[in-house]
Write a protein that binds this ligand. Structure first.
Ligand code: ATP
Length: 597
């Protein structure tokens, strides 16, 4: 009975973990811990600026009282000097707070970005098949950027705001309990309102982030496929889809913004009422002679200053909402588990590796089976030619062999070991693949050939390219191996790209190599060069060559013919070629007729 290995849908994996506040806290703390001393310094600096903020109105109060009373000019000048010194110091502290805040934010969020990228790179192909690169960029960078302000300032500003509020209210209580009570009532009410409706915007912010991610996905997809889009006159239709995606960003963004600013609007209304009451009470006290003009100014100034920390709390709540939605999405991504679980086996025999498929079944989705009951064996060093019509499942076999997907049932062995028991790194170190699409990375020719492996010397690279006939091409470039290539592959012709990919695999000295349509894009001369290189490579290792053109398979030992995901023929090439009733012989005849025609 075949056993099912597919796990549950990705989005349902671990759904509870994101909602547990304790886990959220510990998740957050792991990123804050490395920057804790910097955060402490940030907090101390903020407390210092808060103290200076409280001090300045008192200097002005004394200045007014001395100016309206019998103060000396020298006394007034020293108060003005003190005011200036405090203002300059305050500015210096503010700049330092900004610097340190950004420093903390980058350090903490870069670690999250790195963790997300590492995690996403390990997720299986079923996940990547349904995600566009643009969406992934938005999730790895955009969502995390939303958290950066939170990391930079949240704790420090919240504490700073409360200290400033306590300072103002404490001072006021010493002078007049009625004014102090009015201010306290306003403060408590404002904070209460904000806390009650603080979560209002989280869901909407999350939808806004999702709409943004989809928009970026769409843009990336269009740019990546620009040739096809232009050649097929698809620009107007694509613009239409783009406008629809933009509309969704606009609508969700507007809703999220309105919900986020609502707490702030409520406090502004309450603040206006409070300022009016405090002014009325202070003016009455001044007229009755209980306080000086300077004190009236001080009360008014402190009331004005109440708004800053409350506004600050509101801003930080907004940042918190944005950060919370970013955090939820980041944790959601991190909680996804790859279907491809790493094994712990390292042991593979030296030299070329044997391959065996034992009753393997596979489908990309739950409902459609692509490969049916595939069983075959290759001895170490044997070469297999895999043929079959388009869509018969040839590439799917190679994807299973590389563990880009898990089979639904059956066992695949490489070098005698079940590939599920092997560490992925050990598997990839020994198995190489040349696909139809060659991916180039932004870097030098050397980086691209060695895949950024500094241990491969230039001599090894040049010796390998010599064998492949690529050396004249490299030498024709003014910078040789230092020539820069651009990502995507635009800087190489299709044929060059395939020779290039073969060199790349050559350099890894694989023990098993899969060549997926190696000569599909080459002219006759280049194909001959490539064929020689392929023969050389296959001398050192076991090989599976997927080909539409039978001429490519002249040197293979065995042939497998696939039809609709089933093996309809498997055996030694020479024997099958000589057996007129075999499918391979029939295909050879058809091939020859085509050539003659
Ligand atoms: N990522 C995927 N998701 C869903 N279905 C897929 C995916 N890749 C391939 N298929 C389907 O699996 C079947 C086999 O595809 P596969 O690429 O293995 O065929 P192939 O024989 O290599 O074809 P070709 O000769 O055109 O490269 C096809 O019907 C294809 O539509």
């Amino acid at each position: 009975m075949p056993q099912k290995q597919k796990s549950e849908p990705q989005s349902d994996r671990n759904p509870q973990s994101n909602r547990d506040p304790k886990q959220s806290m510990s998740w957050l703390l792991q990123y804050l811990r490395p920057v804790k001393w910097r955060m402490l310094a940030l907090l101390l600096l903020l407390l210092a600026t808060t103290a200076l903020q409280l001090l300045n109105p008192q200097i002005v109060q004394r200045f007014i009282d001395q100016a309206t009373g019998s103060g000396s000019v020298s006394g007034l000048l020293s108060l003005a000097g003190l005011y200036l010194a405090v203002a300059v110091l305050n500015q210096l502290f503010t700049v330092s707070v900004d610097f340190l805040g950004n420093d903390v934010a980058w350090r903490a969020t870069n670690q999250i970005r790195a963790n997300l990228l590492k995690h996403v790179l390990r997720l299986d192909m079923r996940f990547h098949n349904v995600k566009t690169p643009g969406e992934m960029i938005e999730r790895i960078d955009g969502d995390v950027t939303n958290m950066s302000n939170f990391f930079a300032m949240f704790i420090a500003k919240i504490v700073g705001s409360f200290v400033l509020l306590a300072g103002i209210l404490g001072y006021m209580f010493v002078y007049d309990w009625m004014i102090a009570a009015t201010m306290t009532a306003f403060t408590c009410l404002s904070i209460g309102v904000m806390f009650r409706i603080r979560d209002l915007g989280v869901k909407a912010s999350q939808s806004e982030r999702q709409a943004n991610a989809s928009l970026f996905g769409l843009i990336e997809e269009r740019i990546a496929g620009i040739e096809d889009v232009q050649a097929n006159g698809g620009v107007p239709r694509l613009m239409n889809r783009y406008h629809r995606a933009m509309r969704s960003v606009f609508l969700s963004g507007r809703k999220a913004w309105m919900l986020r600013v609502m707490p702030w609007n409520v406090t502004v209304a309450m603040f206006t009422v409070t300022v009016t009451i405090v002014l009325l009470l202070s003016v009455r006290m001044y007229l009755q002679g209980h306080i000086t003009l300077g004190m009236l100014f001080l009360f008014f100034q402190y009331t004005q200053m109440l708004n800053d920390p409350i506004e600050q709390l509101g801003d930080q709540l907004q940042e918190f909402q944005k950060a919370k939605s970013g955090m939820r999405r980041a944790r959601e991504l991190l909680s996804l588990r790859s279907e491809i679980a790493d094994g712990d086996g390292d042991e593979l025999p030296p030299g070329p590796l044997s391959v065996s498929f034992e009753r393997v079944n596979f489908g990309y989705g739950e409902d459609q089976r692509i490969l049916h009951d595939i069983s075959f064996k290759l001895k170490p060093g044997e070469r297999l030619g895999l043929i079959g019509r388009t869509g018969s499942g040839k590439s799917s076999i190679s994807r299973l062999l590389l563990r880009l997907y898990n089979s639904d049932s059956g066992v695949i062995r490489v070098g005698g070991a079940d590939i599920r028991s092997l560490r992925l790194e050990s598997l990839y170190r020994r198995v190489g693949m040349v696909t139809q699409d060659v991916q180039l990375f932004d870097g030098t020719l050397r980086d691209n050939l060695t895949l950024f492996n500094p241990r491969l010397s230039d001599e090894t690279i040049l010796e390998t390219t010599e064998r492949l006939g690529l050396r004249p091409w490299i030498e024709a470039m003014p910078e040789g191996l230092d020539a820069r290539l651009s990502a995507g592959g635009a800087s190489l012709s299709a044929g060059e790209a395939q020779l290039f990919a073969l060199t790349r695999v050559f350099l890894t000295q694989p023990s098993l190599v899969i060549l997926d349509e190696p000569s599909s894009r080459l002219d006759a001369a280049t194909e001959a060069t490539l064929q020689r290189a392929v023969d050389q490579l296959l001398e050192q290792c076991t090989g599976i060559v997927i080909a539409h053109r039978l001429a490519t398979l002249d040197k293979v030992d065995k042939i497998m013919v696939l039809r609709q995901g089933r093996i309809i023929e498997f055996g030694p090439r020479a024997a099958l070629a000589q057996d007129p009733s075999s499918e391979y012989a029939r295909l050879l005849r058809a091939d020859r007729q085509e050539e003659l025609a």
